[in-house]
Design a protein around this ligand. Structure first.
Ligand code: GAL
Length: 388
């Protein structure tokens, strides 16, 4: 029942926004076709203060979590996928060991199976060659549709061409192919789409959560926010955009920033712990904020923070993304400053809907967007109740 409620609540946020790669282009692509919607009940500040480069990426995109589904989103709501009955669907996940993608694939499998699809899911084990083989096998078997969480986004062109040659539509999830590749799908009439959230928005929300603290992250009052950045896999758009836009929100909010350290943690808790332990040993009290590109790394960071005798909310701030259950509990308990809900319900349901639409012969946009939700102590219990 809760999941149903969440689906109704969050599917309303599905938007058609263009997700830009961050990195060197700095998220400059902005043909945003976001559907403006009402303020989210879970987050009443977000719409007011988002400061993304393309401001709509962080404002309008966040604004819609009303209980009325946006146009076209209704079919993706509910406890079971519609239009997938009898379909053979191959699902390729980049790595079963990833915490967030485990939540995502569990819900995707449940939702598709409840709708009567036959679903096979493979573990790419973080190895693109292995995943490419798995995709080749699915093609040989003649599945109706593929849902692919690439190991490397740069493999999209090759995978898309293999699927197109076999006349199998492909729905990419979580790791976004670049803009040139998505454009090619349109110009060449290829049945491929990407379903995901706009990573710029999650970074912006992290920065905004920090700006909403009493000292805006400048705990020692020296006029600058001194931070450690723990990145995911830097090839990944999510890692690039969260790194860039969390800091951009601070500077847009008038703060001076100082990067004390930046390391890649590859989305992994143990790496997060190690990176932050080293940073605190090397820079001590100079570290006022730890930004982690995801919650798994933030959970590791918290272990390091506590081991160093630091106290979140008093002498350091800690931010993550995903809204893993443990992270939500930490936000409630004041052990994390905040996180950002990476809506695996909305994303998996939208991916299932895209698969159904492709199988029904429809053409789809090359990008189907789902909103993030900012999570602070004020709404963390509400989000925890929804996801549990
Ligand atoms: C991100 C998520 C990370 C990790 C990554 C994998 O969206 O925040 O925790 O799962 O996807 O690509």
């Amino acid at each position: 029942m809760k999941k149903r409620l969440l689906s109704v609540l969050l599917s309303a946020t599905m938007i058609a926004a263009v997700l830009a790669g961050c990195g060197s282009t700095g998220g400059s692509s902005s043909q945003d076709t976001t559907t403006p919607a009402e303020e989210t009940p879970a987050d009443d500040e977000a719409a007011d203060t988002a400061t993304g480069d393309d401001a709509n990426a962080g404002t309008d995109a966040n604004a819609g979590t009303e209980t009325t589904p946006a146009d076209g989103a209704g079919a993706a709501t509910g406890d079971a996928a519609t239009g997938v009955e009898g379909l053979d669907i191959g699902v390729c996940i980049y790595n079963f060991a990833d915490n967030f993608m485990t939540l995502y694939r569990t819900e995707l499998e449940r939702y598709l199976t409840a709708g009567g699809a036959s679903v096979t899911i493979t573990d790419g084990k973080n190895d693109q060659a292995e995943q490419t083989n798995q995709i080749q096998n699915f093609i040989t078997e003649g599945v109706d549709v593929l849902i692919v969480n690439l190991v490397q986004s740069s493999a999209a062109e090759q995978i898309t061409d293999q699927c197109a040659a076999a006349n199998i539509p492909v729905v990419f999830i979580n790791r976004e192919p670049d803009d040139a590749e998505k454009e090619r799908w349109t110009t060449e009439g290829i049945k491929a789409t990407y379903v995901g959230a706009d990573a710029r928005q999650s970074g912006t929300f992290q920065g905004e959560i920090l700006l909403s603290t009493a000292n805006k992250g400048d705990i020692n009052g020296d006029g600058k926010v001194s931070y450690v950045m723990v990145q995911g896999d830097p090839e990944n758009v999510d890692a690039q955009c969260r790194t860039e836009f969390s800091i951009k929100a601070l500077t847009d909010g008038g703060m001076t920033v100082e990067e004390v350290d930046k390391q890649r943690g590859d989305w992994d808790q143990a790496r997060g712990q190690e990176i932050v332990a080293n940073a605190l040993t090397n820079h001590g009290e100079a570290v006022e904020v730890v930004f982690c590109n995801n919650d798994a790394m933030a959970l590791g960071a918290l272990q390091a923070i506590e081991a160093a005798g630091r106290v979140v909310g008093e002498d350091i701030y800690l931010l993550g993304v995903d809204a893993l259950t443990e992270a939500l509990q930490n936000v409630i308990d004041g052990k994390m400053t905040g996180t950002v809900f990476n809506d695996h319900f909305g994303q998996s349901h939208a991916a299932a809907q895209a698969a159904a639409d492709f199988a029904a012969g429809k053409d789809l946009e090359t990008l189907i967007g789902v909103d993030y939700i900012k999570v602070t102590q004020e709404n963390a219990q509400e989000i925890l109740d929804l996801v549990q």
